[in-house]
Design a protein around this ligand. Structure first.
Ligand code: KIV
Length: 280
């Protein structure tokens, strides 16, 4: 059955952890759905792990729309959240509504936006009023990397944790259905989770959140540029792909591939014609 925003929100009162992963293509989305994942984020992390850019700030709306559309065709039950890329919602409310509408048209059930400024709070209100559910994102916000200055842990003391809590409360009042908390001390994210009603989904934020999200390429070992300590690797896809490719290269070079069984054959009658042609 389709997982809705309301269902995901109910998990918090039921003390049931929300499970979330990113996906960018049809088959990964399909397989995550089969596994029973609650929420799939079409993350702008696609910039790094799919397109090979050096920052999430490089990816465009048009690129993200292609991934969103593929994921929405692949997953039938998970809630699909599209990450709005850098500067696709910061120019004006009108620009943001227009771009968010494109993601919903491609099959997303909700959008994610980063930050907690007055403008973002107003935007969450307008999106929600327009029928577009919003997943907020605080703590470390990668789209602000150039102003933050690096991948720094956020909310490292009481005052900054309280500031994040206050921003989270404002986002909640504006209508956000949930919030991603990234790169925070576990006690700070637990404190925030316990003091807001909407569910928190942590990444690098310890086990006190109402759910967890990871980048699927980290989960399956298909990204080797950097590996944050919170990104548990369940499989080594890099080794699997390089090993399979090396075996294939060897089989082609030695003539072991393709085999008789892997080849189509002419009928004896047609084969004879070929042979006769060669003789004449
Ligand atoms: O783009 C992304 O993958 C994200 C997650 C890390 C939450 O925003």
């Amino acid at each position: 059955m389709k997982k809705t925003v309301k269902k995901i929100q109910k998990y918090k009162s039921e003390n049931k952890k929300i499970t979330a992963l990113t996906a960018y293509d049809f088959y990964t989305a399909k397989y995550l759905d089969i596994a029973g994942i609650d929420l799939i984020l079409v993350g702008d992390s696609a910039a790094n792990v799919i397109l090979g850019y050096d920052s999430t700030t490089r990816i465009t709306v048009d690129e993200m729309l292609i991934f969103t559309s593929a994921v929405s065709r692949g997953a039938k039950e998970a809630l699909i959240v599209a990450d709005m890329p850098f500067m696709s919602y910061n120019v004006s409310i009108e620009q943001a509504l227009c771009n968010a509408g494109k993601f919903i048209a491609k099959g997303a059930d909700a959008v994610k936006i980063e930050g907690g400024s007055g403008y973002i709070i107003e935007l969450v209100k307008r999106l929600t009023e327009s029928g577009i559910p919003v997943l907020a994102h605080l703590g470390f916000t990668p789209q602000y990397i150039n102003t933050i200055g690096g991948n720094f842990i956020q909310g490292k003391d009481f005052d900054t944790a309280l500031k994040i809590l206050e921003a989270a409360k404002s986002l909640e009042r504006a209508g956000a259905f949930g919030i991603v908390l990234e790169l925070m001390p576990k006690e700070a994210s637990k404190f925030i989770s316990e003091n807001i009603s909407m569910p928190t989904i942590g990444i690098g934020a310890g086990n006190g959140c109402d759910g967890q999200i990871l980048v699927v390429n980290d989960l399956i070992g298909k990204f080797d540029e950097f590996s944050p300590k919170f990104a548990r690797k369940y499989f080594d896809s890099k080794a699997m792909i390089t090993d399979c490719a090396a075996k294939y290269i060897n089989d082609v070079r030695t003539g072991a591939f393709p085999s008789e069984e892997e080849s189509f054959k002419l009928s004896d009658e047609e084969l004879k014609k070929l042979e006769n042609y060669k003789q004449s």
